[in-house]
Write a protein that binds this ligand. Structure first.
Ligand code: ATP
Ligand code: MG
Length: 386
């Protein structure tokens, strides 16, 4: 009898090549995520994945890590045994030991059809063994405890606890996105939501250091580090933005500043996205959340985009975004004080509905291409990892 973890993932809509691709990436990501936990092997087994453990494996750590692998729907600490009824019965008794319950149900899934008993017979025999040895009752409809048995290939897996995973798709199966990470509450959540759909996140942050303090840079690095728990090796592009802001401030009407900042950010971000082969930009915008996030302004910003700008939080309420940030552990960092570069030189009454023509006219006073090149020349690339 050997301790293992059994991992179940979503199969709906996954067929043929896509499914093999998904499974392969999931296995790779699991190995990456478990690398310092003492696991022995991560192995694909007909529709599920088994993680075998070395004797000194850190079971608590494995549990925590599997809970952060995108694409896992649920996973179970289990015993693996040979396919014989005595071994299965012993393991079943061991997994229910120490749990408090008065009623019990055993459920069996038999993927190996060569096993001599059919599923209901296995459940009945193991059930009888457990009831005899624990003095409990069977309840087929609403048991206090369920014990599951899976007969797969040449092993049997037995478990009595199912742990919910994050779901979603394995990171990497949906390509890459460049996330505009500000240091605030919203953009880390937006990044997480995209990661959950299987995109690898790369970050870009615009800063006005040394005109502002280092806080926004430090926060951004810390947020990237937190998100790396799901995203693994994570790149962050830090873009100096103060010179561009100064140009905008001296050469354009003040109500347009924020929008002009944003249009410059998008122009620069998509150059980096092209370079790293990311197919979309991502922001933490949510409709109407602040005066600058009106549909009109979103359109005015999107006007300069040559690739999709994805806004996974567009329909979310602030309170829900905050809950989410707390759940993924970014909130405490996001609320640390910092000066966003966009708050630098910003007028009291930014335009909430500038027309694209007005913005283009204002931009005639700027050397757009030169400013983009200059910012790109000053980009610094960092990497964080878990
Ligand atoms: P957040 O909580 O993510 O800071 P916000 O509510 O403060 O968002 P805005 O300041 O309007 O909203 O920013 C909207 C989006 O623009 C951010 O979610 C982020 O994706 C992007 N953004 C803003 N400032 C920066 C920056 N300095 N660097 C990179 N991206 C930024
Ligand atoms: Mg912000």
């Amino acid at each position: 009898m050997e301790k293992v973890f059994i991992v179940h993932y979503g199969e709906i809509g996954l067929k043929g090549k896509n499914r093999a691709f998904f499974e392969k990436r999931l296995v790779q990501n699991m190995r990456r995520s478990l690398k310092d936990t003492g696991y022995l092997e991560v192995r694909r087994l007909y529709g599920r994945i088994a993680v075998t453990l070395r004797p000194d494996a850190d079971v608590a750590k494995i549990r925590e890590r599997l809970g952060k692998v995108m694409g896992i729907v649920h996973f179970e600490p289990a015993y693996a045994t040979e396919q014989n009824m005595d071994a299965i019965k012993n393991a079943a008794l061991k997994v229910v030991e120490g749990k408090t319950f008065e009623t019990l149900k055993v459920e069996t899934k038999r993927a190996n059809k060569n096993f001599p008993l059919i599923s209901p017979e296995i459940s009945a025999q193991v059930g009888a063994h457990l009831l005899d040895n624990t003095g409990t009752r069977a309840d087929m409809h609403n048991p206090d405890l369920r014990c599951w048995i899976e007969i797969v290939e040449d092993s049997a897996f037995i478990y009595a606890e199912k742990i919910r995973g994050v779901g979603g798709l394995p990171i990497g199966v949906s390509g890459k996105v460049l996330v505009m990470l500000s240091g605030g509450i919203d953009s880390p959540v937006a990044a997480w939501r995209m990661m959950k759909r299987g995109t690898k996140a790369i970050f870009i942050h615009f800063h006005s250091y040394p005109y502002t303090d280092k806080a926004s840079l430090e926060k951004t690095m810390e947020l990237a580090q937190i998100l790396a728990a799901w995203n693994y090796r994570t790149q962050i592009y830090l873009v100096p933005f103060a010179d561009i802001q100064k140009e905008i401030v001296t050469r354009t009407p003040s109500p347009f500043r924020v929008l002009l900042y944003r249009r410059m950010m998008v122009r620069i971000a998509q150059r980096i996205a092209d370079e790293i082969k990311a197919d979309a930009l991502v922001t933490g915008e949510s409709l109407g959340q602040v005066a600058s996030q009106t549909l009109g302004n979103i359109r005015a910003i999107e006007d300069v985009a040559e690739m999709p700008i994805l806004r996974p939080l567009i329909g979310d309420d602030k309170a829900d975004i905050i809950d989410f940030a707390q759940k993924i552990g970014t909130f405490e960092t996001s609320i640390l004080p910092h000066q966003d570069c966009c708050s630098l030189f910003v007028p009291d009454h930014p335009a909430t509905n500038a027309s694209i023509d007005e913005l283009i006219e204002a931009e005639e006073n700027l050397e757009i291409d030169a400013l983009v090149e200059q910012a790109l020349a000053g980009v610094e690339r960092k990497v964080v990892d878990v």
